[in-house]
Design a protein around this ligand. Structure first.
Ligand SMILES: [Zn+2]
Length: 250
């Protein structure tokens, strides 16, 4: 009675073939990145890179900026985790691990011109010196100009800008205009709502510039000083995608 054996063998071969098709090694190694784009260069000519993830057919685009201040590394780890693994669905997402690669390399808040890139945007800009040096004029820095051009091109509905170490989700700018987004970020990231007012008024800040004058909202998320590796590589990446309405598996 050869029939049952043959049918059994056929089923086994079929399952093995299906498993190979579902998890090809090449795709697993490539991760969820659909596209990598150099959007500009820093003062010291390091590339500023944006990665496209998720579902590109969705009309709504969101952006996550991992790092603006080079001495704040948590957000880079979160964004790198998004780039390196876990299937992302339900969002059309661009992520920028760092918009300050020179500061990241030197572990300085500022860029290589000693400018605080979060005081360099054309909104309530004023001359500031010291650690908050705002540059000679708004958008004086190549890093700010590169990110500005990118944001005006992709027109994100939501921008999440990652910082450290104040631990909270900002209630000003995007957090004031879209409190529902703020609450989702609080819940998914386990952070509290807090007003980040730069000691008094935020001059030349990216989230204010985008939220006041452009298509969507931009919100600041501050991680704590020492988040765990597990939080940065699993909880926070999944939480940010969930807060933006998507899903990240793995
Ligand atoms: Zn910061």
């Amino acid at each position: 009675m050869p029939h049952p054996h043959r049918r059994g063998a056929t089923v086994l071969v079929g399952l093995a073939a299906a498993a190979l098709i579902t998890v090809p090694t090449r795709q697993a190694a490539a991760g969820p990145v659909l596209q990598r784009q150099v959007i500009g260069y820093s003062v010291q000519h390091r590339p500023i890179v944006a990665y496209h993830l998720g579902n590109p057919s969705l009309r709504r685009v969101d952006v996550v900026i991992g790092q603006m201040h080079g001495d704040e590394h948590a957000g880079v780890r979160v964004v790198n985790a998004l780039i390196r693994g876990g299937r992302i669905s339900g969002v059309n997402l661009w992520v920028i691990p760092t918009m300050n690669p020179d500061g990241d390399a030197a572990h300085t808040r500022q860029n290589a011109h000693h400018v605080d890139l979060n005081r360099n945007w054309p909104v309530s800009w004023t001359r500031l010196t010291g650690q908050y040096y705002s540059g000679p004029r708004p958008l004086s820095e190549p890093e700010s100009r590169a990110v500005r051009a990118f944001l005006l091109r992709v027109r994100p509905h939501d921008i999440v800008s990652l910082h450290q170490p104040l631990s909270g989700v900002d209630t000003t700018d995007g957090g004031a205009v879209d409190p529902a987004l703020r609450r989702r970020l609080e819940r998914e990231l386990g952070l509290r709502a807090k007003p980040f007012r730069c000691h008094s008024v935020c001059h030349g800040g990216m989230t204010r510039w985008y939220t006041r004058h452009h298509y969507g909202v931009a919100i600041t998320v501050e991680f704590g000083a020492h988040p765990s590796a597990r939080y940065l590589t699993r909880g926070a990446p999944r939480g940010i995608v969930a807060a933006l309405g998507g899903r990240r598996s793995g």
